[in-house]
Write a protein that binds this ligand. Structure first.
Ligand code: PLP
Length: 366
């Protein structure tokens, strides 16, 4: 069995979630139908909506179910007309590419958004802006100062969206306390099914429809709802949020991994900043990321290069570039709900083996 250490890419489906989805999957569930199946479907969706809002302390807000975190980010960035979008340099591609002309906020060497730069950018914009900064970065795990960003943004009378896809289930998130206008969450990053996500919108904020048609999701996102996925998403989120109350064991395993490799002096990106407890973005000196990912795979361990992988080719990481780092030897390890201590030991053993093999080959060739 492959050891899975790539939870930031996608997380294995929780067995409880799979079972609960199977219970509703067989029925003809169109929530817009008036018959009993339709009514049952509607009540499943409304229950899931209430459950997700309550899990995230977002009572009073509106939740729009969509197909992916990518779609939720697009809805947030395109849903308000006549605004300038301002996004950080380390956002997920679905935020950076949502608008071609977004203004980019730089980050420091630790991968944290520069607040003074944000101040200056907002001061220079005529009219309203929408700021989008993620809660935590998918590559480094670095947690962003969203509360401070909210304060700066609101002081300028602008809007704030946060992409919380990597934050959900990894630390406590309280939507009402964070006080953001919009927040993206995605089911498959916290043990739920793929193909379902949501944008949570503060009460009173109206968005332009993304898809027009049957009027589903308050007319903002038409299309028959994915009932079983929504049902599974709510349970996965509830479970992940409970686990997020105590992340000490995951953090202990991640720290153990990093400590065991310390003798090799690897650079760990973002280590000086506040990070998610499950993520380590670690460089193996002298071995490029692609070689590492393949070698780990041959050893039965799934990790990723952290940066975008397009058509099987690993591109340089825009996150590392934004941090002022030139590196092609970083691999991202991300732990999750089913990670065991023995998985970490296997990874560390494999890491040392690959490091020694590649470096010895190079020494022989020299
Ligand atoms: N935002 C972040 C921070 C992500 O890590 C990802 C996926 O990797 C997304 C958005 C996109 O989410 P989805 O895969 O649900 O489209």
């Amino acid at each position: 069995m492959t050891i899975y250490l790539d939870y930031n890419a996608t997380s294995p489906l929780r067995p409880e979630v799979k079972n609960t989805m199977l219970e509703v999957m067989g029925n003809p569930m169109n929530p817009s139908s008036i018959h009993s199946y339709g009514r049952e479907a509607r009540s499943i969706i409304e229950r899931a909506r209430r459950s997700i809002l309550s899990s995230l302390n977002a009572e009073g807000a509106r939740i729009i179910f969509v197909s992916s975190g990518t779609e939720a980010n697009h809805l947030a960035l395109k849903g308000i007309k006549n605004i300038t979008t301002v996004v950080s340099a380390i956002e997920h591609a679905s935020v950076i590419k949502a608008n071609n002309n977004s203004v980019i906020i730089p980050v420091d060497n630790n991968g944290v958004v520069k607040l003074d730069a944000l101040q200056n950018i907002l001061a220079s914009i005529d009219g309203k802006a929408l700021v989008s900064v993620m809660l935590a970065n998918n590559e480094t795990g670095v947690i962003q100062p969203v509360k401070e960003i909210v304060e700066i943004t609101y002081a300028h009378g602008d809007y704030l969206h946060t992409d919380a896809v990597q934050g959900v289930g990894k630390f406590n998130i309280n939507f009402n306390d964070l006080n953001v206008d919009m927040m993206t969450i995605s089911s498959h990053k916290c043990g739920g099914p793929q193909g379902i996500a949501a944008l949570i919108i503060k009460k009173g904020l109206e968005l332009e429809p993304m898809l027009r048609g049957g009027g589903q999701e308050y007319g903002i996102r038409a299309g028959t709802e994915n009932v079983s996925a929504i049902h599974g998403f709510a349970l996965a989120l509830e479970m992940a949020i409970k686990e997020a109350r105590d992340t000490s064991f995951i953090t202990f395993m991640r720290d153990k991994l990093e400590n065991e490799l310390e003798i090799f002096n690897p650079v760990i990106f973002g280590i000086k900043a506040k990070r998610l407890g499950n993520t380590s973005y670690i460089e193996m000196p002298g071995v490029d990321a692609e070689t590492q990912v393949v070698a780990f795979d041959l050893d039965g361990i799934a990790v990723s290069s952290g940066s975008a992988c397009t058509s099987g080719k690993i591109e340089a990481s825009h996150v590392l570039k934004a941090m002022g780092v030139e590196s092609s030897s970083a691999v991202r390890v991300s732990l999750g709900w089913n990670t065991k201590e023995k998985d970490i030991k296997a990874f560390v053993d494999s890491w040392k083996k690959i490091y020694r093999r590649v470096n010895q080959q190079e020494a022989r060739a020299a």
